[in-house]
Every structure is written in C-alpha cells, then in structure tokens.
Design a protein around this ligand. Structure first.
Ligand SMILES: C[S@@+](CC[C@H](N)C(=O)[O-])C[C@H]1O[C@@H](n2cnc3c(N)ncnc32)[C@H](O)[C@@H]1O
Length: 206
C-alpha cells in the first residue's frame, strides 16, 4: 500500500493530540525497554542534549549533575515533560524545535541522546547528521530506537502494520537504525538488539 508522506506540521499536530495518552502507551513499551532506558541514560554526563524528548520518559534517569536540554516538535509533549521535571526537582532547558535543523552551535554537547525518535523524523539521516554536528569530537551519541526485527516472521508482521502505524502517529516500523547511523557517518562503538531485534541500543562516537 502507498503511504502519503506526512508534513512536519502534520506530525507535530498528531503528537500534540496524542500527548495526553502517550504515557499510557509508554507503560507497555517500558515493559520491554524500561531497564534499557535507565542503563543507557545513566551513562550521560556533562552537557546533554535529548532530541525528540517527548513527554520526558527519560528525565528521571539522568544523573543530577547533567545539564540537560531537550528539544521536541510538539508543545503538547513538551508541556508534559516540563511538569515531570518540576515534580522530580530536575532543572532542564526545553525547546520547541526540529531535530533536522538544531538551533545549536557545532560541538556544544558532551552527549546527544535520542530514544524512539528516529522512526518519526521525515529525514532520519539529516537528523543524525545534526546530532553529529552538535556533539563535541570526543562526545558520545546514545540511541535507543525501534526498527525492523531480525526475525523474518516479526518483520512480516511489522511490514503489514507499517502504513497504519505511520498514518496514526507518523511512526515507521521498518527503518533500520543501525544502517541509518552508519550512513550518517558515525563510528558505531556498540549495537545491541533486543526482543527479536526490534529494539536497537546504539552507542556511537562522532
Ligand atoms: C515516539 S515519540 C518518543 C518520545 C521520547 N523520546 C520517548 O522515548 O518516549 C517521538 C517524539 O519525536 C517528536 N518529533 C517528531 N518529529 C520531530 C522532529 N522533526 N523534531 C523534533 N521532534 C520530533 C515527537 O513530537 C515525539 O515527541
């Protein structure tokens, strides 16, 4: 089935409307990746940028000594992240903006993090190149993404669901984050796959 491409404005609107429900879907997701989130995010230190921060599912895992900036297209998602940070007593800078055109200088951050975002950006390689640009040369990129499974059976189910999922929330099920990271020119330090290879936990240098 042909999928008509959503504009960024349409994606933003979808996440604005979905924002109040998002954390319910997260309960399900976190059964699979809650521990992986915690393990990955607790590695961050110094000046940290989280792209597509959403409702701030990772905020609670950041060490208190991080200086955290979060960016997202959707004001609705950011409002929930803001409230979460306040409750946790965590200071952070939240900005409405586009992953593909980051409003930051070259090499500004020690860590750049993205969880479950690459599936949604219209041009994920452009977004990855932006992550690379704003990360300092000895910095780290940490990604926890979902994508095409390495099981033929699961991949077939994902392919069947792809167009429905995309029109619902602008999310692609069949992308391969490891390949995308390679194409964007990163040095991949590690890539772990979980749950039939649906989840990709990637650490890369710039
Ligand atoms: C599936 S949610 C993931 C949220 C969060 N990272 C998490 O792990 O729960 C995808 C997020 O990416 C944001 N997003 C989509 N396109 C974007 C873009 N071009 N620039 C910045 N954020 C974007 C959405 O608004 C949404 O908050």
């Amino acid at each position: 089935m042909r999928i008509s491409r959503l504009s960024k404005e349409e994606i933003r609107k979808k996440y604005d409307s979905f924002s109040k429900m998002y954390d319910y879907s997260e309960i399900f997701f976190n059964l699979f990746i809650g521990r992986a989130r915690r393990k990955m995010i607790s590695k961050a230190s110094g000046k940290v940028l989280e792209i597509g921060i959403g409702t701030g599912s990772n905020i609670k895992y950041y060490p208190y000594n991080c200086t955290l900036t979060g960016i997202d297209l959707s004001e609705g998602m950011l409002n929930i992240a803001r409230r979460k940070a306040e409750k946790l007593g965590k200071k952070l800078n939240l900005i409405k903006g586009d992953a593909e055109n980051l409003p930051f200088k070259n090499g500004e951050f020690d860590y750049v993090i993205d969880t479950l975002g690459l599936c949604t950006y219209p041009d994920p390689i452009k977004a990855l190149k932006e992550m690379k640009r704003v990360c300092r040369k000895s910095g780290r990129i940490l990604l926890l993404e979902h994508g095409a499974s390495n099981s033929k059976f699961v991949r077939r189910l994902q392919a069947r669901r792809e167009s429905k999922q995309y029109s619902l929330i602008g999310c692609h099920l069949m992308r391969n984050p490891e390949e995308l990271v390679g194409k964007a020119g990163f040095k991949i330090a590690s890539c772990e796959r979980k749950f039939s290879g649906i989840f990709y936990i990637i650490e890369a240098g710039v």
